[in-house]
Every structure is written in C-alpha cells, then in structure tokens.
Design a protein around this ligand. Structure first.
Ligand SMILES: *Cc1c(COP(=O)(O)O)cnc(C)c1O
Length: 381
C-alpha cells in the first residue's frame, strides 16, 4: 500500500487521460452529454449535483487518506454532519455527543434534530464508564471528537468502538482536529469519519468544505442518496482547492506539531498562564491514550489565563502574528476566546467552556516569531 503522502498526491489523481494534464482539471460543467437517451459515457457522469469529476478525485483521495472504501465530499462540515445524522437517526432515537462538542454540532443536535424527535445526552467521552451509563436501548449514534474543541480532551477510540458495538450503535469520529495524517479512526473500529475539510485538510483558510469516509458499502449508498436528495455538495472549484491543500497535509502537520509543542512548553512555564491543555504534555490526562492512537499531538493548544476572563481577552487583543479569528488548521496562526466566539452558542448549556480560556491554532510560521508574539501578548495579561 502506498504511503500517506503518496496517496495525498496521487490517489484519485491520475493524469488526465485526454490531455495528459498532471493536475486534476476543475470541471465546472453542471451537465454532461449523453450518447443517446440514458446512454452515459464511460465514467457515468450526468449532472453535477449527483457527481462531478473534480469532486470524485477529492473523494477518492480522502478515502485513501482515511483508509476507507468510500469518501463523500460536502459543501461544509455541517452539511456532512446533517446528512450523516439524518441517515443514522429516526424520530425517537438517541445520540450521545461529547460534553464539549464543536459548537455547530451541538447547535445542529440541540436546535434542529430535537425538533424532529431526536434525544441527546452530552457525555465526557474520556470517561468510558460515563458513556456506558448514558447509552440507552434507543441509542443509535455515539459521536466522538478527539482531540475535542476547545478543551483538547482525548477519547479512546477503540474503547468507544467496543461500547458502540455492544449497544448496536454506530461510532462517528469527527477527525477534524487530528487530520487523517495524525489519526485514522476507521482502523480503530469507528464506523464513519467526519471532517470539516475547511480546517487542516484544506489547510489554507481559503475554502469551506466537509467530508465523510466509511468502509460500509450499504451506509455509503444511503449517504450518497441523501446527499443527492438534499443537495449539500461542494462546487468543483472548492473540491479542487481542497484537493490542492490535501497534497501537502503531511508536511504541514509535522510543522504544526513542531510549533505547537514549542508553544505548549512556553505556556507551561509562564506565570500568566494557569493551565495548558495540550495532549502532548505528559501531565495531560489523555496523554497516554493520545500517544497510542495518534502519530503526534496536533497543532491546537488551549490555555487558561491566571488573571481570569478580562486578562484572557487582553491576551487575545494583544497578539500581532496570531490573528484574532475563528476557525483553525490553516498555515497562519490564529487566536480566539471560545467563550465569546466559537462557543458563544453553548453559553448556559452543559457544554459551556471556561471564560478564562484562550484557544490557539498554531500555524507553520517561524517558531521564534510565534514565541515572541505570545511572550509580548502574555505580558499584557
Ligand atoms: C469547523 C468544524 C466543524 C464544522 O465544519 P464547517 O466546515 O465549518 O461546516 C465540525 N467539527 C469541527 C471539530 C470543526 O472544527
């Protein structure tokens, strides 16, 4: 089997058979000529909501990177989550979500799906006993993020897969934070992997997209049918940008990890910081599990500021290289205050995050410049 970067650069991306173009063409065509009524040409394209060649290339690449037979690309991560949950859940069913789930995932479940008769329980998935206790006869889905956003908690994917199997539920892993380079949940027993390809897979903060990968033929068929029915597809240019980003995923992730480790070390020794949340630190409660299931520990680092909420807001306002912005996983470093920004929608719920918390998406700039920027900003705490 080819290695990760060989797949990233070649899977689904044979040179174009008619022109020899080395790079997959962007096919903007919405429709495809048929040789007679119902006579599709080899390859079988008819209409770009149903399938498009540029999207196919991306899907084959993502499937290879996650080690699944089927990749399905979406117009956003939330579009992928919506289709997946509509396929896996029916009225009366129950889903377990992480107690610090991505805010948009929580909103989809809490504000939309409950209106269609779905029940949910937020659980700290680092605690397998708590998960077992939360599972009901109606539980159809266990939704896992690891590392979690923004608290960087770690769940043991293989252990969760055991619980899911015993309960007759499916294990979904949102692998956005790790990327397929650092972690491949299907190999650990997950049924479906979800990505916001907006983040590390695209990697350049220039395209919104999502993806599902699974090894289950029957499930893939139902996912494709529902996606085609509701229409949450990426355009060909978006698919192309994502594919272009994916080619360099391995080298980018190595640098994200190098830089995040240095940032975590700086924060751990700084008097303005009360706690550093990074699974690469030996004192992180999920360190051993992360070391078992991840290649390295990723580019996301969160920390709490000793001076409390106001001091945390001052740090966010004081960085210059770390841009104050939502999102993550791009080549540029970002800083944000989850309580007031990405996770404002969970305020007052069981998923509320500490108000002295700051989240960093550590980019791939020169590390000394990043450390200088943080030292200066922490001086303002
Ligand atoms: C961003 C994100 C999503 C949602 O993806 P979009 O592309 O923004 O729709 C889902 N899960 C995680 C962990 C994310 O970071």
């Amino acid at each position: 089997m080819p290695g990760f970067s060989t797949n990233a650069i070649h899977a689904g991306q044979e040179p174009d058979p008619t022109t020899g173009a080395v790079i997959t063409p962007i096919h903007p065509s919405s429709t495809f000529a048929q040789d007679g009524v119902g006579g599709l040409r080899a390859g079988g394209y008819e209409y770009s909501r149903s399938a498009n060649p540029t999207r196919t290339a991306l899907q084959e690449c993502l499937a290879a990177l996650e080690g699944g037979r089927h990749g399905i690309a979406f117009g956003s991560g939330m579009g992928a989550s919506d289709v997946l949950l509509r396929v896996l859940l029916a009225p009366g069913d129950h889903i377990v979500i992480p107690h610090d789930a991505y805010g948009g995932t929580f909103r989809l479940v809490d504000k939309i799906l409950t209106g269609w008769g779905i029940e949910y329980t937020p659980v700290d998935l680092a605690d397998v006993a708590a998960l077992r206790a939360a599972v009901r006869p109606t539980t159809r889905v266990i939704w896992c993020e690891t590392p979690t956003n923004p608290l960087l908690g770690i769940a043991d994917i293989a252990a969760l897969a055991d619980v899911a199997r015993g309960a007759g539920a499916r294990l979904v892993v949102d692998n956005t934070f790790a990327s397929p380079y650092l972690q491949t949940p299907l190999a650990l027993g997950a049924d479906v992997v979800l990505h916001s390809t907006t983040k590390y897979v695209g990697g350049h903060s220039d395209v919104v997209g999502g993806a599902l990968v699974t090894g289950d033929d029957e499930l893939a068929e139902r996912l494709r049918f529902t996606q085609n029915s509701v229409g949450s597809v990426p355009g060909p240019f978006d698919a192309w940008l994502t594919l272009r980003g994916a080619k360099t995923l391995a080298v980018r992730m190595e640098r994200h990890c190098d830089n995040a480790e240095r940032v975590a070390d700086l924060l751990a020794g700084h008097p303005a910081v009360s706690r550093v949340l990074y699974p690469g630190l030996p004192e992180h409660p999920g360190h051993e599990v992360a070391a078992k299931q991840m290649r390295r520990f990723g580019g996301m680092v969160s920390f709490t500021v000793a001076g409390g909420r106001e001091a945390a807001l001052r740090v966010c306002a004081a960085t210059r290289l770390f841009t104050l912005a939502e999102s993550l996983g791009g080549v540029e470093s970002l800083i944000e205050h989850p309580g007031a920004m990405t996770h404002a929608s969970v305020a007052g719920s069981a998923l509320e995050v500490p108000d002295d918390l700051v989240r960093l998406s550590v980019g791939i700039e020169d590390i000394e410049d990043l450390l200088d920027d943080l030292r200066t900003a922490l001086g303002a705490a």
